[in-house]
Design a protein around this ligand. Structure first.
Ligand SMILES: Nc1ncnc2c1ncn2[C@@H]1O[C@H](COP(=O)(O)OP(=O)(O)O)[C@@H](O)[C@H]1O
Ligand SMILES: [Mg+2]
Length: 632
């Protein structure tokens, strides 16, 4: 028998190894950005085309490479960052494995341009499938540009495995943010298909957070800073009122590396306990610095988990530092002068505060929300609740007002139905308020409605009774209404008298732009208005004038929450998000009329028994079973 074992050719070995490091365009983004940081750049530009599938390019003004190093950098296990095993425990750079460039060159076409400050000419290298195609001297600025083109052109199976451009771009933005967040003193830009998505000027961490996560956080950040022999932590958490319904704006870094840790997240949640609603997530950007010997970063290059020598100490440290900071902020609210120099020029700061000005200020709503909000226990009212109430109050009032005025209510006739005008989220009854209505083959006695726990509605039918979950039921109703809307029966838009502008974080801009056409069917008339700004011209009638901004932000948040679920289309996710967000929440007291409308609408639905996500909307109980319970 001849021997059969052979060494794999380099390009195949590299391709296999590359699978570990480069799984998608975003992995290359991370590696190239980190290399630029390690090269000491102060200016780093990321350019992507086609969500990185066609091009990922990073241009930096770092220290550059000599001709020999440039060629060497594409070899596997070639690195300038460690020399021996001991160095692993003192790593100050982001990279150290020497695998990234070799991997990228194995699965894409790569163009490198680089020059060291001291050199008069730079080097150009073109590599394709691990093979050098061209190498020549070029004129180039100091620093390095690496362009990765046509990722996986030579591994079609992997190329097919990539997700949609929207999903891949999202991954790229996530990686970009993680690096940009740790190095606020470096200028970062991100350009996608020729459009600038981020332009992050150099500044301090606080400014960087606001640049990335949006202006909503300016003056709403609490400083965390605690030092000990074991470790130091610093960073910011959002004030409790900025907590969101979806996890998202949460970043942990260990020695400047982004990490994920459910355990440390728990420490954070613990510190916020009692200050934010149970199901909401605080913003945090927290940097931990500790002796590299006490953490194991030598984990898989694409994994963000990390091993601490003693996790419990880190947990306790975070919890107490954050608790401490939150307690301080709630006692002494501080205005943030550092962030906005223009505050200094305001009349209120520059001119003396007279007594009548004081009185005027004290009665203003701004003053009231300010003084109220700085109490640690103050939790902002959920806007969904407010909105639900808002659109019912006018209808309820007319009803009560009529009773006061002594007007006759004709129960059971067309007149009663006509006088009841719920806002547009609930269509008018359209039927008379009969003692009984035949809905979906079930005869339901609408007079027998009872609400319990402000969450369930009990309604009697011929066979027994139904126990309806009000929020689940409403989600179903809204969802089917939205489906109809997108299938050509658009929801009426109420044009705003005073169109409002909303400013979004850069990542949300891309998202909202994508959703605009569908949102138009759903009653939202929104137009792009400058780089990160949108003009809201109109909203569905049930969105209260003045709360358009919150409604849209909540909707985006919820959409992102759903967007991890890849099996749904963009539109489907949007419908589900809106239905969830606009639904009346459990815990909301309902009037008889509201319950009536809800149940009527529910049984008009094609699938009244479940929510879009498959939760039951009601359960039926048989009278015969009740009788049995009581020995009858
Ligand atoms: N942007 C850059 N500027 C200067 N040198 C670079 C740059 N990118 C890569 N290099 C050099 O190429 C080497 C290999 O890079 P890489 O494959 O990412 O491995 P690692 O970063 O783990 O060392 C680095 O050690 C560094 O010396
Ligand atoms: Mg590297």
């Amino acid at each position: 028998m001849p021997d059969i074992i052979q060494l794999l050719p380099d390009n195949i070995a590299n391709q296999i190894a590359a699978g570990e490091v480069i799984q998608r365009p975003a992995s290359a983004v991370k590696e190239l950005l980190e290399n630029a940081v390690d090269a000491g750049a102060t200016d780093i530009q990321l350019i992507v085309n086609d969500a990185g599938k066609a091009l990922v390019q990073v241009i930096d003004n770092g220290k550059g490479m000599s001709e020999t190093d440039a060629r060497m950098s594409f070899e596997r296990h070639a690195t300038s960052k460690i020399k021996n095993i001991d160095d692993l425990f003192h790593i100050k750079t982001m990279g150290f494995r020497g695998e990234a460039l070799a991997s990228i060159a194995a699965v894409a076409q790569v163009e490198l341009k680089t020059r060291k400050e001291a050199d008069t000419t730079g080097t150009f290298i073109e590599i394709d499938n691990s093979t050098v195609k061209k190498q020549e001297p070029i004129a180039w600025q100091q620093g390095t540009s690496i362009a990765m083109k046509n990722l996986f052109f030579n591994v079609p199976a992997r190329r097919n495995f990539l997700k949609t451009n929207a999903a891949e771009l999202r991954c790229i933005i996530d990686e970009f943010i993680r690096v940009a967040m740790s190095f606020p003193d470096i200028l970062f830009t991100l350009t996608s298909n020729g459009q600038q998505v981020f332009n992050l000027e150099r500044g301090n961490l606080k400014q960087r957070i606001v640049q990335i996560l949006g202006n909503n956080y300016s003056a709403k950040l609490v400083t965390i800073q605690e030092q000990s022999d074991y470790m130091n932590i610093y960073g910011f958490v959002g004030k409790p009122e900025t907590a969101k319904k979806t996890r998202g704006d949460q970043y942990f870094f260990v020695n400047n590396r982004f990490i994920k840790s459910a355990y440390l997240n728990h420490a954070m949640m613990n510190a916020f306990e009692g200050m934010i609603a149970k199901d909401s997530f605080p913003m945090y950007t927290l940097f931990m610095e500790l002796d590299p010997a006490l953490v194991d970063i030598n984990v898989h290059p694409t994994k963000q988990e990390i091993k601490f020598e003693d996790e419990k100490i880190v947990y306790a440290f975070i919890r107490s530092a954050v608790k401490h900071a939150l307690a301080q902020f709630s006692i002494t609210p501080t205005l943030d002068f550092e962030l906005d120099a223009s505050i200094q020029q305001l009349d209120a700061v520059a001119k003396p505060f007279t007594d009548d000005k004081k009185a005027a200020a004290a009665s203003s709503s701004l003053y009231n929300t300010f003084t109220q909000k700085n109490q640690a226990h103050f939790i902002e009212k959920k806007s969904e609740l407010k909105h639900w109430k808002d659109f019912y109050e006018p209808a309820a009032k007319t009803f009560e007002q009529k009773a006061v005025d002594g007007e006759q209510e004709t129960v059971g006739g067309e007149q009663r139905a006509a006088s009841f005008e719920p806002a547009a989220a609930f269509k008018p009854l359209g039927v008379s308020y009969e003692q009984k209505n035949s809905l979906h083959g079930v005869t339901v006695d609408l007079h027998s409605l009872v609400q319990i726990h402000n969450s369930y509605i009990i309604v009697q039918n011929d066979e027994g009774y139904l126990l309806i979950h009000q929020q689940n039921a409403h989600e179903r109703v809204l969802y089917e209404r939205f489906i109809k809307a997108t299938n050509g029966k658009p929801i009426a838009i109420q044009q705003s008298l005073f169109p409002v502008t909303i400013e979004l974080a850069a990542a949300d801009v891309a998202l909202l732009s994508e959703l605009l056409p569908d949102l138009h069917y759903l009653g939202y008339h929104i137009e792009p208005f400058g780089k990160q700004t949108f003009l809201v011209q109109g909203t569905p009638a049930d969105v209260h004038q003045g709360s358009e901004k919150t409604a849209i932000e909540k909707m985006l948040e919820q959409y992102k929450h759903f967007s991890t679920d890849l099996k749904y289309s963009k539109r489907e996710k949007l419908l589900r998000s809106l239905a969830w967000q606009q639904s009346i929440k459990a815990g909301t007291a309902l009037t008889l009329k509201e319950m009536n409308t809800l149940i009527y609408d529910l049984f008009q639905c094609d699938a009244p028994n479940i929510t879009p996500n498959g939760k039951p909307a009601y359960t039926a109980f048989k009278k015969s079973e009740l009788d049995k319970l009581f020995g009858r």
